[in-house]
Design a protein around this ligand. Structure first.
Ligand code: DQQ
Length: 486
């Protein structure tokens, strides 16, 4: 059944290969819509990612679980659709977000069934083969259907399960009648019968937030982290870091992993090599009409390795595997910049990585990517070390009215540090920025002009010095032309 819906992924990828906005080294489905990554899992030598997928078009709706796997977190293979909604199965209108766990050698998917907005039971399916391509829904479904008291009618979804000693534990994202958002805790001996153990933690992150979607709860560097996505209007990804006594979580620090909502609904998993990795959904920043015309929407972020910094806050950096994509390279040292005299870099392109090291007290340096030679379009990463802020400005990225730009800002936790390193990954319309391989900003840019692919460095006023600038062209992982030209 699934292969009928999703006939020949490689042909679909060839058909869309000419789209200048389509990322070339990030994972995205062969066509149409994706949102949250689900069921991140390492199985028999491969990383598996499932994802919220609409196989009928490039807008959200009738959500299935798409599936891809990779030997190295960078090169991906498409698999047939894994979970399909079924009338009367508790997922009539959608297989919403969830996770995978290994129960004594059997991969189990535990996910949200979508019957309607009021009826969102927890369902279980088991893999029947080593490639995780064949799934059987449990005869015990739904394994959980009744919301605890105090939970709003439409705010109960996204199970995240882990092994806690001799038992399984699970949190479910919720919105409460008292205005708090909550991660509700459940326990089970067999993944089938679940007992409610009260909220793991509840809180009103801010007034505009009515529930936490996609909670993740995991140990990291001697603490526990609760990572949640702020609903409604994809307000961003927020973390609480603290202690866990097996029942209740007590946070000590908190903050945004990313505000602004381009990165949303991530899933986190600790792998056998000891790394805790995050995979996020990178949302589009353009109209429904533009997505319909493009025929695709939604991208997976570069997988990111998580850690706590020395103040106990959550930080991330791209997995080092992406470095295998590096091609042509140059490095400049002690580059002097003067107001009114932008420096054009000797590499251009839409698949590049830039690394800049600057000293404290440097005037605001603007790095322009995806820039038109006539200046009419440019995406700016502004590093203002006097003010202690880094900005990603996509307000002038595109001449199209279908593309919405924004300015996203991160503040340096220690504005007095000696030097700052910026890492920027550009992949067509996806821009990922890291500050000191710790703080990140994700954005989207949709330039309209064929030659909007130059790179510049500039200062608005005064002078500035860039200590070291390195630029790489990055290889792609997807077909680059139509089948006729392949
Ligand atoms: N996306 C899923 C839900 C989840 C939301 C539906 C977050 O399970 O709460 O596609 O983006």
């Amino acid at each position: 059944m699934s292969s009928e819906i999703f006939p020949k992924p490689l042909i679909l990828r060839h058909e869309l290969a000419g789209d200048a906005h389509r990322p070339c080294y990030h994972f995205l489905p062969p066509h149409y819509w994706m949102n949250d990554p689900n069921g991140i899992f390492y199985w028999q030598g491969r990383y598996h990612v499932f994802y919220q997928f609409n196989p009928y078009g490039p807008l959200w709706g009738f959500i299935h679980w798409g599936h891809a796997s990779s030997p190295d977190l960078i090169h991906w293979k498409d698999h047939p659709i894994a979970l399909i909604p079924e009338e009367g199965a508790g997922d009539d209108l959608g297989c919403f977000s969830g996770c995978l766990v290994d129960d004594d050698g059997v991969p189990n998917a535990i996910y949200t069934g979508f019957v309607n907005f009021f009826d969102t039971p927890v369902l279980l399916a088991q893999a029947q083969d080593p490639q995780l391509e064949v799934w059987e829904k449990s005869p015990h479904n739904p394994i959980l259907a009744v919301k605890p008291e105090g939970v709003n009618d439409t705010d109960f979804r996204d199970p995240y399960v882990w092994r806690q000693g001799e038992r399984w534990q699970m949190v479910i994202g919720a919105g409460m009648a008292d205005g708090d958002s909550a991660a509700l805790l459940y326990e089970s001996a067999d993944l089938l019968a679940w007992r409610y153990a009260g909220p793991l933690f509840k809180h009103q992150t801010r007034e505009s937030v009515t529930m936490w979607e996609c909670p993740n709860f995991f140990p990291l560097d001697g603490k526990f982290v609760l990572l949640v996505s702020l609903f409604p209007n994809t307000q961003g990804v927020y973390y609480y870091v603290g202690n866990y006594d097996g029942r209740r979580f007590t946070p000590e620090t908190e903050g945004f992993l990313e505000e602004g909502g381009v990165l949303y609904a991530p899933q986190v998993r600790r792998f056998e090599d000891g790394r805790t990795l995050l995979f996020g959904w990178v949302r589009e920043g353009r109209s429904d009409e533009a997505m319909e015309e493009a025929g695709w929407a939604g991208v997976l972020s570069m997988p990111r390795e998580l850690a706590l910094d020395d103040r106990g806050h959550l930080i991330s950096r791209p997995v080092e595997e992406y470095r295998q994509l590096r091609q042509t390279h140059f490095t400049l040292r002690d580059l002097e910049l003067r107001a009114g005299r932008p420096v054009s870099l000797p590499i251009s392109g839409r698949q590049v990585e830039l690394e800049l090291m600057m000293a404290r007290g440097t005037a605001a340096v603007s790095l322009e990517v995806l820039a038109a030679p006539d200046g009419s379009e440019a995406t700016r990463i502004i590093c203002d070390l006097r003010q202690g802020v880094i900005r990603l400005d996509t307000t002038q990225s595109s001449l199209s009215e279908e593309a919405a730009g924004s300015v996203q800002t991160v503040e340096l936790p220690d504005p007095n540090r000696e030097r700052v390193t910026l890492r920027v990954l550009v992949d067509a319309s996806v821009i990922e920025v890291w500050v000191d391989d710790a703080l990140s900003i994700t954005g989207r840019a949709y330039p309209t002009l064929a030659d909007s692919e130059d790179l510049y460095l500039a200062v608005d006023k005064d002078e500035a010095q860039v200590r070291i600038l390195s630029v790489w062209k990055l290889d792609g992982i997807w077909p680059t032309g139509s089948l006729a030209s392949a």
